[in-house]
Design a protein around this ligand. Sequence first.
Ligand code: PMV
Length: 352
Amino acid sequence: MMTEQNFISEFPYNFVEKGEVQAQCSSNIALVKYWGKYANQIPANPSISYTLTNSCTQTSIQFEKAEKMSVKVFLDEVLQEKFAEKIEKYFNSIQKYLPFITQYQYVIRTHNSFPHSSGIASSASGFGAIALCLIEIAEQLGEVFPSEMKKRKASFLARLGSGSACRSLYGGLAVWGKHEKIHESSDLYAVPFPFEIHENFKKIQDTVLLIHEGEKKVSSTVGHKLLENHPYAQVRFAEAYKNLASMIDILRSGDLEAFGQLVEHEALTLHAMMLTSTPAFILMKPMTVAAIEKIWNYRKLTGQPLYFTLDAGANIHLLYPEKDKNVIFNFIKNDLLKYTENGDYIRDESRL
Ligand code: PMV
């Protein structure tokens, strides 16, 4: 079992004058949600997600020796001052794990494959890509990681930037948070789903309906915090733990119906926690609810395995198996796009 101590580096770096690294990381969508945390980004319950393929962030970091650390960030060539402040704070907070970090100044250039206004969270792929870049820099300065440790440390570092980002370092399914059914699991980093999964859940399709484009009203930082004083928090954490155990069995057995039921329950529970926070907040939009009713109706009428999940936002992630993708995608195009703000959607999938 690894502890925080395993991620502290005391390596005698070979401080090069300057260099450049780059990395790419995909976003992820949780099936069992993480909502609520303790100090130092320790999750209140374990979670599991699919890493996506097309929704990703590409980042390059130029670093150069400097008297004092500084960070500049460009998103698609546009200077981002607020983001730079956040990253500089983040870099300072992870000094213990990467002691070279304060010795350089950094120019970070980043690009998301999805539009900035799409309401798709870029924090998971963004922090995942930055964490990978930092590990690359450590390697350029001579640090050697045992093979499994490289991803694990990137996941550990990504978690300290944005909790759910730690699950984005692996393709396919990843689990974050200690769970008795997953021997290697940890609150400190994510691990790849360790079991063989049923054919039905390989290459799961995720089409995201962009119901609301633009910033959401309440950030997940605020949302997590509201669980500290929430009447249902402990019940929720215990249920999520149980739901992860059920999800492990479902993913191995291939039971699509049980998968859909659990995934939708998780999504609606996440939003129910928002509705019952004090103060309450609602991130779904009227069209989110209308589209959910349409999906339920379609399933009732046709029996097609089309299910939804939600992030902390109004957009709907439509999940369905690859074998049914043509017929289901036709339905999405013909009957669900009308619920989106501008007819926009993102077509993605999770590849192992
Ligand atoms: O990683 P954060 O702090 O942005 O939290 C995200 C939480 C959800 O996306 C709502 C759920 C999850 O497990 O990804």
